[in-house]
Each structure stands twice: as structure tokens, then as C-alpha cells.
Design a protein around this ligand. Structure first.
Ligand code: ZN
Length: 247
């Protein structure tokens, strides 16, 4: 995208030293894939579009259910039973027409994931189950694409950034698959405000990476946010010996 778009929209972020006109051009040129357009994906997609990230891919095969509405802020009552990917695209295009949005209303599988990923500079994992998370982690590592992982459960959230080119620890180093691990989606509580915080942080880490501030990203680290205590703890992570993904 050329920087001929009306910059007035971005005036307040152009004033930020780390952005300026050259950073804004990097954002316009960036290609980001968001896997999952739910509680995490909604705020992540919204803030990427707000910042003018020029090319956004959006992968979600689900339809909108009434029980999504406590946290999935891209949707409203009239959207029930409609495709999340199609509705999200419509809303985001209305919000910022400068942004190109490509949707993938399909389930990510071993067969299709590499083909989708190869078109992007950064991937955001905003899915709701470990099976998909491990799949995205494996494919992103193999394709050397940075991955911004976020997850929420009840009143807690976590966030980590994986940069394969820098040989950082991967999701499977932090959460190894055990034979007994339940990989299907389990129903647990989620508060929308917690998903909003983690999804926004995923957008922020992605924007930092695009701007070339990856040394400040949460790589080899995991942030654990506790919404009850109001604490953000950051722990160091390390590569796991014999990790099947990154070793
Ligand atoms: Zn690993």
C-alpha cells in the first residue's frame, strides 16, 4: 500500500517516535494472519486494522453463537448463526477501508496450513484449543514465521512470542504434549475483559515486531496476567531438550 492514503486517520500514532512515517509504511506493507476471530482475535484484529496493518488474513470456520457474545466484540445479536470470518471482514472493512482483508473460512489442517501461512510475515494464534495451537506452532516454526500466542482461562491470560529465525523456545517447549493431554476443546469460563487485554497485547507484540522492535518482544518469555490480583508476571522460558518442533 502506498502512503498516499489519508494520514489524518493515523496522526496520533505518527507522533510516536517508534512509528513515524517510516513505521507507518511498514505497518501498511505488513501481512499478518490471525487464526481465530473470537474473544482474542476480535480485539487483535480490531487494533491491527486501527493501526493500519495493510494486509490481514483471518482464519475461522465457525459460526456466531449466542454464548460468544460475552467476549467476541466483533459480533452482535443480528449475526447469530452467520460465518465469523465473513462478518468480521465486513466489520473491519467498515472500520478501516485502507486495510485489505483475506478470509479463510476453513479449518486449519496439516494439509492446508503451510499454504496459508506462507503468505504472511507474522501469525497470531488466537484459537481456543490445544490441538490447533500445536498445529500452528509446528507449521510456523517450520516456515520460520514469527508467532504471537495468547490464551485465556477464567480470569487469567498468557502471552508469548516465538521467533523461529532466532531459535527461541516454542509453544511445545513451554507446554509439552503429554500422552494424557486432552487436545479437544474443554468448556471453561472466560470473561470478555480478560480476552480483550490479551488480544490487545497480541496486536501490540505484532506491531512491535513489524516496526523492528523484536528485541522488546516477549520471546523466550511468557507473560501471565492475573485479573483478580491485577498482576503481570513475566517468566523466562527455555528450549526443551528433545522438543520435536524446535530442536
Ligand atoms: Zn520447542
Amino acid at each position: 500500500m502506498q502512503i498516499q492514503v489519508d494520514l489524518e486517520r493515523y496522526r496520533r500514532q505518527l507522533l510516536i517516535e517508534a512509528i513515524g512515517k517510516s513505521g507507518q509504511q511498514k505497518l501498511f506493507d505488513a501481512k499478518v494472519l490471525v487464526c481465530g476471530a473470537g474473544g482474542l482475535g476480535g480485539p487483535a484484529l480490531t487494533y491491527l486494522a486501527a493501526a493500519g496493518v495493510g494486509n490481514i488474513g483471518l482464519c475461522d470456520f465457525d459460526v456466531i453463537e449466542p454464548s460468544n457474545l460475552n467476549r467476541q466484540i466483533l459480533y452482535n445479536c443480528k449475526d447469530i448463526k452467520k460465518s465469523k470470518a465473513h462478518i468480521a471482514k465486513k466489520k473491519l472493512k467498515k472500520f478501516n477501508p485502507d486495510v485489505k482483508i483475506k478470509i479463510y473460512p476453513e479449518k486449519l489442517t496439516e494439509e492446508n496450513i503451510s499454504d496459508i501461512l506462507k503468505n504472511y510475515d507474522v501469525v497470531i494464534d488466537a484459537v481456543d484449543n490445544f490441538k490447533s495451537r500445536y498445529l500452528i506452532n509446528r507449521a510456523a516454526y517450520k516456515s520460520f514465521i514469527p508467532l504471537v500466542c495468547g490464551a485465556v482461562c477464567e480470569l487469567e491470560g498468557i502471552l508469548t512470542v516465538i521467533i523461529p529465525k532466532e531459535n527461541t523456545s516454542c509453544l511445545q517447549c513451554i507446554y509439552p504434549i503429554k500422552p494424557s493431554t486432552e487436545l479437544t476443546s474443554k468448556v471453561f469460563g472466560i470473561l470478555g475483559a480478560i480476552a480483550g487485554i490479551i488480544g490487545s497485547l497480541q496486536a501490540l507484540e505484532t506491531i512491535k515486531f513489524i516496526l523492528g522492535l523484536q528485541h522488546h518482544c516477549l520471546k523466550n518469555k511468557i507473560l501471565i496476567f492475573n485479573g483478580i490480583e491485577n498482576t503481570y508476571r513475566i517468566r523466562t522460558t527455555s528450549k526443551r531438550k528433545n522438543c520435536p518442533v524446535c530442536r
